[in-house]
Write a protein that binds this ligand. Sequence first.
Ligand SMILES: [Zn+2]
Length: 96
Amino acid sequence: MKRSSEGIQAAIRKSRRRYHSSVMSFPIRTCVVCSEEFELRPDKPGFANRCPSCSEPEETDSSSASGVEATDRKGESEINAARRKAIRDMLYRKDS
Ligand SMILES: [Zn+2]
């Protein structure tokens, strides 16, 4: 009775250890920003050489940049169209 329960406990311990080792199998990298060691998980956002806290985007920069992008998008497409037309004209001029 006692022996079999010990066997189960050992099996549980073994399976836990296996699960734990699989969790810890990610490569350990050192953050280039804060020199902190972190697990390089496949789903980790940001840079591979930065820890999760250092690879979080700076909210002030991204919000202002996206605001500018939204307002300039129309003008930018017009510029791109003009640029494309200029390039096309240049290519036609080369051919003739
Ligand atoms: Zn860091």
